[in-house]
Design a protein around this ligand. Structure first.
Ligand code: GLN
Length: 226
């Protein structure tokens, strides 16, 4: 059949921000983590080579919209606002926000006690949105979770807000910090594609289903969360 040959792209460019352990982070100059393994498995399922691009978190959506990347996997929470710009896959991880404080901090016990405190957030993260809803918080924005952690350790801020799994990872690696659990809304992480790329999201969803059914998902959880 003439014209029946559709040249489909062999490579999928996937944007992430490698400052979010254990989902994506740098080790020995390489980007690794749960999300990276997961997207490579998805690539295998849909027959595409995955090439990861490390981009600032707040540059991920613009990169997708300008076709510099085909997908985002970055521990990215599905939000109403983001849904205006991208198509999300089915969710692959459920998370929540927590507060990180110095170990000797005793007055910060919940969100309300953050009033009049200097609280670090990462620019454009959902934690940034949540803290903006509490009045009287002295919010300090950082470009990355590590820089907010540094500020907290240096006493420049009283607390910071971060997703639970990365928070645990940072607290484990940095002495003198502890986590305060809060009643935050549940957040769902999903993979994003460009608005008109329905077809790609369908393939990603099918691959995700298979990866779960075959036990690969559970293996990745065990590998990265222990
Ligand atoms: N889950 C948070 C968000 O979507 C943080 C994600 C990240 O830093 N990679 O805003």
């Amino acid at each position: 059949l003439m014209g029946a040959i559709v040249l489909s792209k062999e490579v999928l460019y996937v944007g992430t921000n490698a400052e979010f352990a254990p989902f994506e982070y740098m080790e020995n100059g390489e980007i690794i983590g749960f999300d990276i393994d997961l997207i490579n498995k998805i690539g295998e399922k849909i027959g595409k080579e995955i090439k990861i691009k490390n981009i600032a978190f707040d540059g991920l959506l613009p990169a997708l919209q300008t076709n510099k990347i085909d997908l985002i996997i970055a521990g990215m929470t599905v939000t109403k606002e983001r849904e205006k710009f991208v198509n999300f896959s089915n969710d692959y991880f459920v998370a929540n926000q927590v507060i990180i404080v110095p170990e000797n901090e005793g007055t910060i016990i919940n969100m309300d006690s953050l009033k009049n405190k200097k609280v670090g957030v990462v620019l454009g993260y959902t934690g940034d949105l949540i803290i903006s809803k509490i009045q009287g918080v002295n919010k300090v924005q950082y470009n990355s979770a590590p820089s907010s952690i540094m500020a907290l350790k240096g006493g420049n801020i009283d607390a910071m807000i971060l997703d639970s799994a990365p928070a645990q990872s940072y607290v484990a690696k940095n002495k003198g910090l502890k986590i305060i659990e809060i009643d935050s809304e549940v957040e769902k992480y999903a993979i994003a594609a460009e608005k008109n790329n329905e077809n790609l999201i369908k393939k990603v969803n099918k691959a995700l289903e298979e990866i779960k059914a075959e036990g690969i998902y559970d293996e990745l959880i065990i590998k990265h969360f222990n």
